[in-house]
Design a protein around this ligand. Structure first.
Ligand code: ATP
Ligand code: MG
Length: 393
């Protein structure tokens, strides 16, 4: 029965002198996620997670799958370095028996030895353990180095011996927090939650901002965003903010004063301006959106130029910019946001959709259109920020 989980990371391993800093963030994120269900410690190149009791094992394994920075992990039997050989074999046999029960009978043994003080070399341990298992389970197994259906692994580390027969895939990427904090423009569609997740996987802790137009958007729309943000918390842990900004007065002003075909671009520019101000006042270092090149009229290169022009200094991360919609949907399904995103709900821009949106907007024109909103827009702007509702998720 496994008593420990051996956790691996790969990209952190490339970080040279900064590696301990990344490792400590990952360690802290694992501790936050597991709470008092397990103890967590690191040793050379690995992290070991020990569930408080057997009953916590399943939940701990489930939660580790969500934590960025982990490349793979294995439920393992942890034995002290001085364990007699017969006891190591005895600990390996239940793993072999399970493989036999599942009909996986072509096997190999692999050994990694980071602890060079251990008296036997990896090839010696491999051979010896394979022979011992074959003898103990006579005729049940054949051996193949390349066509195996069961791989028994033994890792000899600084702090003991680990036996395991399974590697579960982790989320990959880097630990959340190592890149700082960012602000995702969350619309309740399929794309923006995926964009937030991808930014998390590159180490950015995400907060969220969403623009609403009551009565066109409803309480149901806000609940949907809260549900998305809560679900995404399983990847980055709790402690982020969802800022819901009332946008209707700004939209009405744009609708009253500006060319209809430029409306959507103007809405986006004003959203970006508010988002940048909120982000900078909180020390958040980038905006994240779910924009994807050529997907809709507002996402042509010309219109992206018009929109980007409204941002002063922060980088705008667009993780989905070259994704196929199908690829984005597949990620949304895998991470669990898809079912929430497809709940039917009115969007803040739908009510004001222009009949003929411009597809190749010009920056000079959009700036001129925006100037028509002054001076009133400045007041509306500050009011929107002041009246925003903030949810802790
Ligand atoms: P999504 O599926 O995320 O809604 P989309 O494909 O529908 O994206 P658009 O609606 O054009 O594309 O929006 C592009 C991006 O602009 C969104 O991914 C989001 O980051 C941002 N955005 C759009 N509307 C809003 C809004 N009401 N509040 C916050 N962000 C928004
Ligand atoms: Mg949308």
């Amino acid at each position: 029965m496994s008593n420990t989980i051996l956790v691996r990371y790969d990209e952190i391993g490339t970080k040279g002198k900064n590696r301990p800093w990344f490792e400590d963030i990952l360690l802290e994120n694992i501790r936050r996620s597991l709470g008092n269900q397990a103890t967590v410690r690191k040793f050379r190149g690995r992290i070991a997670v020990t569930p408080r009791s057997e009953t916590h094992l399943g939940e701990v394994l489930r939660l580790l799958a969500f934590i960025p920075g982990i490349s793979s992990y294995s439920p393992a039997t942890h034995l002290p370095l001085e364990t007699p050989w017969e006891d190591i074999v005895a600990a390996a046999l239940p793993l072999a028996d399970q493989a036999i029960a599942e009909g996986r009978t072509v096997f190999r043994v692999s050994c990694t030895r980071s602890n060079k003080r251990y008296p036997s070399t990896s090839p010696e341990v491999q051979k010896k353990l394979a022979a011992a298992v074959l003898t103990a389970r006579d005729r049940c197994f054949s051996v193949s180095m390349t066509k195996h259906s069961f791989e028994l692994e033994i890792e000899i580390a600084e702090d003991g011996i680990y036996l395991f027969a399974e590697r579960r895939p982790g989320t990959l990427g880097l630990p959340v927090g190592c890149a700082g904090e960012v602000l995702t423009l969350l619309s309740g569609g399929i794309d923006s939650p995926v964009a937030a997740y991808l930014a998390m996987r590159r180490g950015a802790r995400s907060h969220y901002i969403s623009f609403h137009s009551p009565p066109y958007t409803t309480e149901e729309s806000i609940k949907k965003l809260v549900d998305i943000a809560r679900l995404l918390a399983r990847y980055q842990g709790p402690g982020s903010k969802l800022i819901v900004v009332p946008f209707i007065d700004i939209q009405l002003l744009v609708t009253a004063r500006c060319q209809e075909s430029y409306r959507t671009i103007l809405f986006r520019r004003l959203m970006f301006r508010i988002a940048e101000q909120v982000a900078r006042s909180n020390g958040w270092k980038a905006l994240v959106t779910g924009e994807s090149l050529s997907q809709v009229a507002s996402q042509t290169l010309e219109n992206l130029t018009c929109i980007n022009d409204a941002v002063e200094i922060l980088p705008v991360l667009r993780p989905l910019i070259t994704n196929e919609k199908k690829e984005t949907i597949a990620i949304a399904q895998r991470i669990g946001t898809f079912d929430i995103s497809i709940r039917p709900c009115p969007d803040s821009c739908t009510a004001f959709l222009p009949r003929h949106p411009i597809t190749r907007g010009r920056v000079e024109t959009v700036r001129a259109e925006e100037r028509k909103l002054y001076p009133e827009i400045e007041d509306l702007f500050q009011r929107a920020i002041a009246e925003a509702e903030v949810f802790d998720v």
